[in-house]
Design a protein around this ligand. Structure first.
Ligand SMILES: [Fe+2]
Length: 242
């Protein structure tokens, strides 16, 4: 297409009515938002961008073993009660599961899934390398009817296109971090995010919001071709089905 290489900023109102499906907005449970007030700032920011729904997906990993489904569900309800009518957008709860040595214990208690049907599990690995057992862990949960959504694949230093293609062949779903497109995680993650987006490899997009600092800058740094913007719109539409 003529001028298909031209890049532009996201138009005003691009996120109107959107659903964020990956965030660390539940206060005080991981390395994300530390307290109620900061979380309300984060929610106000998403609202300002146009989002109408957000999913809180706290970390479940070796570092946060106290984060059980039951404990997180209680914290979520407490947050909703405290926020009351001041809540600027609709919230739901999920989790982000590290494929580490604690993962199969989580399997015993069940997962906080991304979808209402209870099958989509947001999974991540460390950035440097995946646990040698990660593939088997995913295989085991898939045998039980779960489907993995791999969080921010563009951020994994050990992965490249052939591996992403294998993941898609195995029916894994892929979730892009929105701010990867603006370079929030460095040039290699930015380049991979643009390439995977252009190739139609992603299924969902989330902010993976941990704090409000720099969000305006990250957003302003996102420059997309028309094709990439069309793909991003598809992902935002997919998010609505969660
Ligand atoms: Fe995350």
């Amino acid at each position: 297409m003529l001028f298909g290489f031209l890049r532009s900023s996201l138009p005003l109102g691009f996120f109107e009515g959107a659903c964020d499906m990956h965030s660390h907005l539940l206060p005080g449970v991981d390395d994300g938002f530390p307290d109620f007030e900061k979380t309300m700032e984060g929610l106000a920011l998403l609202k300002k961008l146009g989002y109408s729904k957000a999913k809180m997906t706290p970390h479940f990993m070796r570092d946060y073993q106290e984060n059980t489904c039951a404990a997180i569900e209680i914290k979520f309800q407490e947050f909703l009660t405290q926020a009351g009518d001041a809540l600027p957008l609709e919230l739901s709860l999920g989790g982000e599961y590290m494929l580490d040595s604690t993962f199969m214990d989580r399997f015993e208690e069940g997962f906080l899934t991304l979808d209402k049907g209870g099958s989509l599990v947001l999974c991540e690995t460390s950035y440097m390398n995946a646990d040698p057992m990660a593939r088997e862990m995913i295989y085991k949960i898939m045998l039980k009817g779960y489907r993995p959504v791999i969080a921010h694949p563009e951020r994994y230093n050990y992965a490249a296109m052939p591996m992403y293609k294998r993941w898609k062949e195995k029916d894994y779903l892929l979730q892009m971090n929105l701010f990867s497109l603006g370079g929030a995680y460095g040039p290699p993650a930015k380049a991979k995010a643009h390439h995977l987006l252009k190739e139609g490899m992603y299924d969902y997009v989330g902010t993976d919001l941990h704090r409000v600092a720099n969000v305006d800058r990250f957003l302003a740094d996102i420059r997309l071709t028309a094709k990439e913007r069309d793909q991003l719109e598809i992902l935002l539409e997919n998010n609505k089905g969660l």
